[in-house]
Ligand binder design. Structure first.
Ligand SMILES: Cc1cc2nc3c(=O)[nH]c(=O)nc-3n(C[C@H](O)[C@H](O)[C@H](O)COP(=O)(O)OP(=O)(O)OC[C@H]3O[C@@H](n4cnc5c(N)ncnc54)[C@H](O)[C@@H]3O)c2cc1C
Length: 481
């Protein structure tokens, strides 16, 4: 069955209910001139932004339950300028969230083992922004720990200095030279390998939730920019979890769940979308404009015009598990315990500075498992290296994570380049000269649709770009920062 819209206003299909799709739909729907009739389309039977979040009952029987965002939706001042403005505009409450990171290097013999019995204690503990003096892991001998701590601090200072004062090599389209990778940059500026392998890669790869090698392949500019902008800034989380952002962004927007898009075809009279619904029916419909707020691999499969540009964008699958199995972090819990507390791990948690959350990073030299302690003994493990007790698993989910490389950076930038800018020629990057955002009535939005690390800020920046391209004012742009 084919549907058409009788329209005075322009019809827009926004596909995807992650942060990018929700923000785009909200911006177009709130157009003061009411020029866009927005339909938000999602293949799942629920909004995806907080679909995997876990509701945690309050420890206080009369208190409200809290939400653990899965995956994590933390943000930091400096880097997340537009996300923070949007939250302020929507009246979303958020609070500072200090973190305490423990670093554990798994011994070689254990890297392929599935047992948790000989996981060592952490070699180092680090407090975000040095907000507190980190505890000395009880498993370390004091002299060894002091030497390691001084070494780690000196390397950190050197790396920070480099981020601010030694720029990465930029790309040169005339010669076909791509921008410098993080790996090349670290070697060029002589950041010591031991520090890179045991501290820098575990920490940053837990932000990007990818392997160490995948992170080393990132453009250096991404990581340096992230470090520069978040330097000495606080981390924040939405107090009631991102589930409270959804209704605010969705207000008044027509929503269709369980609609799996299969094709996007620009025609002379609009953009045709083809989709299947949960009852197995196949349908087709015309919209004036379509915004694909999906990952690049999905966009490439739906809309062949972008295939050559988007197929070079690396992605990976990330597993996140919410559970109560603390067997992998037991050594970290006791090694970093407050000296005045007693052995029971639940009490250990309670003994900490109330606001601080602990994140344990267990690295096997290739991948880092991150275990994030939430309230009420709930743990959220990303990239699990060890099997978890099935009876203690609350929820488990897989996510597509979009990665970065110098080539994908070039291609993404070419898609979002201003129309006024001349298209650039380079033999090795011919795809650069192809499709641009908005061509044929199709737009892209997503955490990956900007020149930076693939995080929530990219979702908001790309949603704002679609709105601006369509002449819609962004209400939080008027707000003072
Ligand atoms: C483990 C993990 C931890 C993270 N931690 C943080 C963090 O702390 N801070 C931070 O800023 N960022 C974090 N991120 C990154 C951030 O979550 C993502 O960048 C962001 O959620 C991407 O949102 P998006 O809207 O671009 O895409 P998505 O959230 O991927 O949304 C895409 C949507 O499109 C839908 N869709 C796909 N195909 C179709 C189709 N054919 N038809 C209809 N609908 C379709 C999907 O169901 C989904 O709803 C993390 C990511 C992961 C995986």
């Amino acid at each position: 069955m084919e549907k058409t819209h009788p329209s005075h206003t322009k019809t827009v299909a926004v596909v995807g209910t992650g942060m990018a799709g929700l923000a785009t739909a909200h911006l177009l729907h709130q157009d003061p001139q009411k020029r866009y009739q927005v339909t938000l389309i999602e293949k799942r039977d629920e909004i995806s932004l907080s679909a995997e979040s876990v509701q945690i009952p309050s420890q206080d029987p009369n208190g409200p339950s809290v939400w653990a965002d899965v995956p994590m939706r933390a943000f930091a001042g400096g880097f997340y300028r537009n996300l923070v403005r949007m939250y302020d505009y929507l009246g979303v409450k958020y609070h500072e969230q200090p973190f305490l990171f423990s670093f554990t290097k798994l011994p070689k013999r254990q890297q392929s083992s599935s047992t948790t019995s000989c996981i060592p204690g952490p070699q180092m503990v680090y407090a975000s922004n040095f907000h507190q003096i980190p505890p000395i892991p009880r498993t370390s001998d004091l002299i060894h720990w002091c030497v390691e701590a001084v070494y780690a601090v000196l390397c950190y200072l050197w790396f920070t200095f480099c981020c601010f004062f030694i720029a990465p090599y930029a790309e040169n389209l005339q010669t076909g030279q791509l921008s410098e990778t993080f790996d090349h940059y670290l070697r060029r500026v002589w950041v010591p390998q031991h520090y890179v392998a045991n501290y820098l890669l575990p920490l940053i790869s837990s932000v990007c939730t990818c392997s160490h090698q995948e992170l080393l392949n990132f453009p250096a500019s991404d990581v340096l920019e992230y470090k520069r902008r978040t330097h000495r800034q606080q981390h924040f989380v939405v107090s009631a979890g991102v589930q409270c952002v959804q209704p605010k962004l969705l207000e008044g927007v027509e929503l269709r769940l369980g609609v799996n898009l299969t094709h996007v075809i620009p025609r002379h009279n609009g953009v045709q979308i083809k989709y299947s619904t949960e009852d197995g029916k196949h349908s087709s419909e015309y919209f004036d404009l379509v915004v694909l707020a999906v990952s690049p691999d999905v966009a490439a499969s739906l809309f062949p015009a972008v295939n050559s540009q988007l197929s070079a964008i690396p992605t990976t699958t990330v597993e996140t598990v919410a559970h109560t199995d603390e067997s992998t972090i037991r050594p970290m819990l006791s090694a970093t315990a407050n000296p005045t507390s007693i052995k029971c791990s639940k009490e250990l948690r309670g003994s900490y500075n109330l606001g601080t959350q602990r994140i344990h990073l267990l690295s096997n030299g290739t991948i880092t498992e991150a275990v994030h302690e939430q309230s009420n003994s709930i743990l959220v493990t990303t990239n699990p290296l060890f099997p978890l007790d099935k009876s203690k698993i609350i929820r488990s989910a897989s996510f597509i994570r979009v990665l970065r490389s110098p080539l994908s950076r070039l291609l993404v930038n070419s898609i979002f380049q201003d129309r006024g800018e001349p298209k650039k020629l380079s033999e090795s990057t011919s795809a650069v000269n192809s499709w641009r955002n908005g061509d044929n009535g199709v737009y892209l939005a997503g955490g990956w649709c900007w020149d930076g690390m693939v995080l929530l800020e990219g979702c908001i920046v790309s949603a704002m770009r679609v709105a601006t391209d369509l002449g819609v004012a962004v209400p939080w742009d008027d707000m003072s920062s």
